[in-house]
Design a protein around this ligand. Structure first.
Ligand code: PLP
Ligand code: COI
Length: 357
């Protein structure tokens, strides 16, 4: 497919070096759009100046949440290269999410190549400050003007770029997590494995309440027995129990994180045992009581590696590693960010160079 490029005539001022970027609040000069119509497939791929889009108020995504999205980042290396981390994985996962809610597949290679063109055009927006990067948000929305409940005949694929800092204001300082017992985010057979807006809407009330209680995020339990740990709002979880690194298995109700998969590979390559299995919250609490809960940390594109210093489950408060980052989380963070920022070589194919600045 052809990709046309319309450059902006009014470039926006870039955040001055040292500006606190926050997460996902600033957008670059350009975005990418592509359209789908039944019978025609994807067409009219174009990079255009960033700005509002016009759509029908009866658009399917607005009423029935037919929407999927991805999140990845572009990094600026110290020697002036702009790098992407495993971008094919994101577009393959986008297609898995799409399948779950009847959105047509996108072409993975075209999405990666057109993303590289977009990032190249806005390369000066990739921030230089330590720990900051260009967050990339591809998403697809059902965009047929019709109120009947049915998958749409028309879709929009859009990619936004946002220079961003740390997702959690705590940065690498351990966060406090609340184990949610009242609400669930996903159930077996539901859409938990898909990156679709509805899952995040389902999480907001619990997250709001946890915030009010002084916790950064909630840890979801399985939707059937409320016994097994799943994931946190925007990251997968790892626990180190008596020397074993354990992460909840991919049971269809949690997202198959690309950071999760990368960390598993990196820790195993270092000779550590990493087990993907069911993990009961009671087992974690017992390990904490026995002094065997050595570490807990989350992994995600936005969150990177986020150590957990405190877990609250009902009346029980578990302080982990004295509220400090542990050695495995630190190793995971140093190795992952080292690869992403091009400081250390990663496994073949993990890092793709877009251009030089
Ligand atoms: N789980 C949820 C619910 C998420 O939103 C994310 C972030 O994308 C993750 C896990 C981590 O996934 P990844 O490592 O691919 O960013
Ligand atoms: C990501 O880590 O890319 C995410 O999508 C998390 C997000 C929901 C902010």
């Amino acid at each position: 497919m052809n990709l046309t490029i319309e450059k902006t005539k009014n470039p926006m001022p870039k955040p001055a070096p040292g500006t606190a970027l926050g997460f996902g609040r600033i957008f670059t000069d350009h975005m990418m759009i592509m359209e789908y119509d039944k019978g025609q497939g994807w067409h009219d791929a174009r990079i255009v100046p960033y700005g509002p889009i016009s759509m029908s108020p009866a658009s399917t995504c607005l009423h029935y949440a037919q929407e999927t999205f991805e999140g990845l980042k572009a990094y600026r290396s110290a020697d002036g290269r702009i790098l992407l981390f495993r971008p094919e994985e994101n577009f393959k996962r986008l297609n898995l999410s799409n399948e779950r809610i009847c959105i047509p597949h996108v072409d993975v290679d075209f999405c990666v190549e057109s993303l590289k063109e977009l990032v190249k055009l806005d390369k000066d927006w990739v921030p230089e400050e330590d720990g900051s990067s260009l967050y990339i948000r591809p998403f697809v929305i059902g965009n047929e003007s019709r109120l009947g409940v049915k998958d749409a005949d028309n879709y929009l694929y859009i990619v936004l770029l946002s220079p961003s800092g740390a997702y959690y204001p705590e940065g690498l300082k351990p966060v406090k997590i609340y184990v949610e017992e009242q609400y669930v985010r996903a159930v077996r057979g539901g859409m938990g494995f898909a990156k679709t807006g509805g899952n995040y809407a389902a999480s907001m009330l619990a997250q709001h309440t946890a915030h009010e209680k002084g916790y950064s995020q909630v840890l979801w339990l399985d939707g059937v027995e409320r016994k097994y740990v799943g994931e946190v709002g925007a990251m997968n979880m790892f626990f180190v129990i008596d020397g074993e690194v354990v992460t909840p298995e991919l049971d269809g109700s949690i997202l198959a994180g690309i950071t999760r998969k990368s960390i598993i590979e990196l820790l195993r390559a270092k000779g550590m045992t990493v087990t993907e299995r069911k993990l009961a919250i009671q087992e974690i609490a017992d390990a904490a009581d026995a002094g065997k809960l050595q570490e807990a940390f989350g992994s995600g594109t936005a969150a990177v590696i986020s150590p957990v210093g405190e877990l609250k489950w009902g009346d029980k408060v578990m302080t982990i590693n004295n509220g400090e980052i542990g050695p495995i989380a630190q190793y995971a963070y140093d190795t992952l960010t080292g690869i992403q920022w091009g400081r250390i070589p990663g496994p073949e194919g993990w890092v793709e160079e877009v251009c030089r600045v």
